[in-house]
Design a binder for this molecule. Structure first.
Ligand code: SF4
Length: 467
């Protein structure tokens, strides 16, 4: 059966022009795993590059469902895909839904299609006509062949823009609001394969006259395994030297890991900066130690880091200060509005961002936590069952769970706190033009606000891509 993998169009792109041009590692990893099982001729469509593609008339399509806001986008796509085509849905969000929720969202709304969970290895194998053992896990495949099959015109476009590189996965912490793959130690990929892939992309970029490559690392904390980071830097040095192209990259880190690394391997940070590490985004995620404690953000309030002693807030401040001293751009990932927040803690989140922006030019990147979201603890809390039902019954509402969307009547019941959250969120965004774009949630209240301005929510969100 022919297989085609599809990257959906960005949820805030218009219908006409190119969408968010971004070479996405997750979908190509699926392609690489299928290729490793001996399957050839796998099609690949990126709807950001091709706005109105012709879908296959037979076989299987695999769709990369990137997160909650993409549920309405994918439901629209399914309506356009011929009924005889089998559909596999993959992505982190699919893991977070129960089989009943999956049925209610996707199958009930499209009864004539065959729609299955493509993350499930046995379903993926059965659909592809191979055994599950033949499909290797994601950390044991090379993406080089999958990259090589991208047509030159499209690859050229991708390489002119920042792209994602799969380096490692998993996070050992377990913050209650987070939907990432967490509570497991980091697993790095085989760096020899990564080296060959990057060399392939770098050589292509040189051929396209692209002056430099820019990517962000998939690691949830680039500093949690310093020895592996050092090996990764060797790879980047090798690729730069062999191809002659400059590579810039960025990543995420925890405050605790930065302090450990700064105290014990400062030279590694200096080397990373010299080689091309431009930016580190820190998950600060709250304005006060009380908020950090309430969400299990232990790494932000632990008092001792190596030989240095800090009081609770000082640790985050020192991390940002030292990062700036190293000539690395610090970013403040400020997910806020967690349960137990108060008007004072919301304001403290703003004050923190403002101070760090003024003192160290730290770029604030705020997000409004959506506590009741698939994957987070509160989605399964029986007290939220009625709210969860609303999303399942009307999946268009999933867009309102975008972390860059304003707090809405669905995500934030208390009207007063909701108003204050949005007030401080917009103020943080306004601190720097490079900060987060404010997204309008697609809920009844915001639809009527949009209508009063003779607009739709979709029009209000047009072209607001998060980098
Ligand atoms: S918020 Fe960051 S540190 Fe916390 S579980 Fe998620 S990835 Fe890990």
């Amino acid at each position: 059966m022919p297989i085609t993998l599809i990257q959906p169009r960005h949820s805030y792109a218009d219908d006409v022009w190119q969408g968010h041009i971004h070479l996405s590692a997750p979908l190509l990893s699926v392609k690489a795993r299928l290729q490793a099982a001996g399957i050839t001729g796998i099609g690949y469509i990126d709807e950001n590059v091709t706005p109105h593609p012709s879908y296959p008339q037979e076989g299987v399509v695999g769709i990369n469902l990137i997160g909650s806001p993409y549920i309405p986008v994918v439901l629209d796509m399914i309506k356009r895909i011929p009924e005889q085509v089998n559909i596999l849905l993959g992505g982190q969000i699919i893991w977070s839904l129960t089989p009943e929720e999956f049925d209610a969202i996707f199958r009930k709304n499209n009864p004539r299609h065959t729609i299955q969970n493509g993350n499930n290895p046995s379903i993926l194998a059965e659909t592809a006509g191979v055994s599950a053992e033949q499909i290797p896990p994601v950390e044991h495949v090379s993406l080089e062949k999958a990259y090589a099959e991208i047509p030159d015109g499209t690859l050229h476009l991708y390489l002119q823009n920042e792209f994602s590189v799969y380096v490692s996965q998993w996070c050992k912490y377990n913050c209650s609001f987070c939907q990432a793959a967490k509570w497991q130690p980091e697993i790095y990929r085989d760096l020899e394969w990564l080296s060959a892939e990057l060399l392939f992309l770098a050589t292509k970029a040189v051929g396209f006259w692209v002056p430099s490559l820019k990517f962000y690392m998939s690691n949830l904390d680039i500093l949690q395994t310093p020895e592996k980071l050092s090996d990764f830097l060797d790879v980047i040095e090798h690729v730069q030297k062999t191809s002659g192209i400059k590579i810039y990259f960025r990543g995420l880190a925890w405050v605790e890991s930065f302090m450990q690394c700064y105290n014990n391997h400062k030279e590694l940070l200096q080397r990373a900066q010299k080689i091309g590490l431009t930016t580190i985004g820190y998950g600060i995620d709250g304005g006060t130690p009380e908020v950090w404690k309430s969400i299990g953000k232990v790494q932000n309030f632990r008092k001792i880091s190596g030989n240095a002693h800090f009081d609770e807030q000082q640790k985050a401040i020192k991390t940002i200060e030292f990062t700036r001293e190293l000539w690395i751009q610090p970013e403040i990932l400020m997910v806020f509005w967690h349960p137990n927040e108060t008007p004072e803690s919301l304001k403290a989140a703003y004050n923190f961002c403002q101070d760090m922006h003024h003192q160290f030019w730290a770029l604030p990147r705020p997000h409004v936590s959506k506590n009741v979201i698939p994957g987070a603890r509160w989605w399964r809390d029986p007290r939220n069952a009625k709210l969860v039902r609303q999303f399942i019954d009307d999946p268009r509402l999933f867009q309102a769970l975008d972390y860059t969307a304003l707090a809405s009547e669905l995500s934030h019941e208390d009207e007063n706190l909701r108003r204050q959250t949005n007030y401080w969120y917009e103020k943080i965004c306004a601190l720097d033009p490079g900060s987060t774009h404010v997204i309008v949630p697609d809920t009844p209240e915001f639809r009527s606000i949009a209508e009063s301005r003779w607009l739709t929510v979709r029009q209000m969100n047009a072209w607001k891509f998060d980098r």
